[in-house]
Design a protein around this ligand. Sequence first.
Ligand SMILES: Cc1cc2nc3c(=O)[nH]c(=O)nc-3n(C[C@H](O)[C@H](O)[C@H](O)COP(=O)(O)OP(=O)(O)OC[C@H]3O[C@@H](n4cnc5c(N)ncnc54)[C@H](O)[C@@H]3O)c2cc1C
Length: 194
Amino acid sequence: MQGARNGKKPHVVIVGFGFGGLEAARALRGAPVEITLVDRTNHHLFQPLLYQVATAGLSVPAIAAPIRFLFRRQPNVTTLPGVSPAAKQMGRHAARMILRRLRGEPTQPFRCRDYGNLATIGRNSALVDLATPVGPLRFSGLPAWLFWLFAHIYSLIGFRNRIVVLIDWASAYWSSQRYARVVSGIEPKNGAPR
Ligand SMILES: Cc1cc2nc3c(=O)[nH]c(=O)nc-3n(C[C@H](O)[C@H](O)[C@H](O)COP(=O)(O)OP(=O)(O)OC[C@H]3O[C@@H](n4cnc5c(N)ncnc54)[C@H](O)[C@@H]3O)c2cc1C
């Protein structure tokens, strides 16, 4: 928690949005605090019903509620998205703040910048929604698919990995064959059903 001493609203950071985090954020509804929720996922998972999902008695969406949806009517809650652009910004900010502390300078609040979203749908099909200084830039279809593809190859760590993935994807594209195969040769024990 920070901010209480310099006259600003206290800033509460809740790490982990399970039952504990959910109850803490709800209990602070209407309180004079700013809450930031951080989780490695973007949903709350109702774990006691996982068995039912595992045995196909329930679907996954029935027990996973998006965090933003849960807090759509609680204005003092902000969620940090569990996506790589936000994680990279957080990492860079943390490093900058460490350097400021080493120099004896005060730390600064983190502001997450929304660069937009990329989503692939299938072969030659994707959606691009970029946040630019002059407004949103949106396109779809083959250009969006190529943009998605090169953005991900560029983001891969290591030159060799980029080349390997580029060759694998090019080969998969021209041959219509997937690179990975899942082969299961495990025989069931004691006559258990397969
Ligand atoms: C299969 C199953 C069945 C259960 N059945 C029951 C039951 O019938 N009755 C009962 O009372 N209890 C049951 N429990 C236990 C109950 O779900 C837990 O006690 C409860 O979820 C604990 O709540 P929590 O908030 O402490 O942690 P969790 O609900 O586990 O939440 C932790 C959150 O922290 C996030 N997180 C973890 N690490 C990080 C990280 N490094 N960075 C960011 N976020 C992170 C996770 O994504 C998660 O959202 C069950 C648990 C399981 C797994």
